[in-house]
Design a protein around this ligand. Structure first.
Ligand code: SF4
Length: 356
């Protein structure tokens, strides 16, 4: 039955205005629905109190508001929570809730890392999701529901959203940008654009397109190497999107949006962790105001995938510290990040794979 009903979270406000017009309703009904969904967080049409009863029944007969469910939830001893969501066709996506604490152990902020696709076609050698291939793009409602369902389940308002879970967000551009526009629209009272980060493996032309969005968000680049040869070994699309093309796109993004960029870099033993890499990394990062996050590698040998993926090893912690010092000495801002949820398969793709 629900297969025939359209999910209203797939509509922007402008699209809702066209919809109500087609239904012969006045335009203000669109904003009433929009605010009912995102401000009042209604779960069924009976809760739209400023709609007459017949209109609530009419909408209930033709539309739905949610078709994503929390399938599994794993709570880590560090306070992070991994959510596995089931979509209407049985596909799985993941999100990770991460509470950041102050030195006094007080809650400082909560970040949710969400998925933009089910699976991923990019196939980065260090990533469990990359071993699955792409199942499908998720729609706007499925992007938004990860956030709305986690806020409801945890009874807390989230502070930051990062699109760094399953999938390459810029390969699902239309749904991702529609979701970003809804999230940052002041009418929905959800998030400031400064609180949202989109992380990409580096699809250069799409970065340029993203810079032209009306409310641009923060950009993170999964760089992970400082030469085309080593980058191509671990990120297959780097053959097309070379470091030069990527950096030109990043510079365009910064010049257009004035938002500093983040670089993500997983130090991998013998692949990208030499002193020359540290110097090149600093040189790349200094091209626009930026910060580098050094992220610990999560072993993905549990996926059973062979080739380079099974051979990758994390650079030892003391070597990572030396690498960071050298990057810093060469004039770039760098921090070494902790991981969340080591005990709950929190790395991207791990929970969905364990379900299989
Ligand atoms: S790191 Fe991101 S882009 Fe690369 S395979 Fe994993 S999900 Fe895809």
């Amino acid at each position: 039955m629900n297969d025939f009903k359209k999910n209203l979270k797939n509509y922007s406000l402008i699209e809702l205005e066209s919809l109500v017009k087609e239904l012969g309703l006045p335009r203000y009904r669109a904003e009433q629905i929009y605010k009912a969904i995102y401000v009042n967080r209604i779960e069924n049409f009976d809760q739209i109190t400023n709609f007459p009863k017949e209109l609530r029944i009419q909408f209930g007969n033709s539309f739905i508001l949610n078709d994503v469910v929390i399938h599994r939830k794993s709570v880590s001893k560090d306070g992070s929570v991994k959510f596995l969501f089931k979509l209407k066709d049985g596909k799985l996506i993941e999100a990770v809730y991460m509470p950041w604490l102050t030195e006094e152990d007080e809650l400082e902020r909560i970040t949710l890392c969400i998925s933009s696709q089910s699976g991923c076609a990019i196939g980065c050698k260090f990533c469990a999701t990359g071993t699955m291939g792409l199942m499908r793009n998720i729609d706007t409602a499925e992007i938004l529901d990860q956030i709305l369902l986690v806020e409801k389940e945890m009874g807390q308002k989230l502070n930051n959203i990062v699109l760094m879970g399953m999938g390459e967000p810029l390969m699902n551009f239309e749904n991702v940008t529609r979701a970003l526009n809804i999230l940052t629209d002041e009418k929905t009272e959800l998030f400031s654009r400064k609180k949202i980060t989109i992380s990409t493996s580096g699809i250069a032309p799409k970065i340029i397109e993203l810079a032209k969005e009306p409310r641009p968000v923060k950009l993170a680049i999964s760089l992970h190497a400082t030469t085309d040869i080593s980058r191509q070994m671990i990120i297959p699309i780097a053959k097309t999107h070379t470091i030069t093309k990527l950096m030109d796109a990043v510079e365009y993004y910064y010049k257009t949006t004035k938002i500093p960029v983040t670089y993500e870099y997983i130090p991998l033993l013998g692949i990208n962790d030499t002193p020359e890499d540290a110097k090149r990394l600093a040189r790349i990062a200094k091209r626009v105001p930026s910060r580098i996050n050094l992220i610990p590698f999560n072993d993905i040998s549990f996926t059973g995938v062979g080739g380079l993926s099974s051979e990758l090893k994390a650079t030892p912690k003391d070597k990572v510290r030396e690498f960071a010092e050298l990057v810093r000495a060469n004039g770039a801002a760098v921090i070494i990040r902790d991981t969340f949820g080591d005990d709950i398969e929190a790395a991207c793709g791990q929970l969905a794979l364990s379900e299989k």
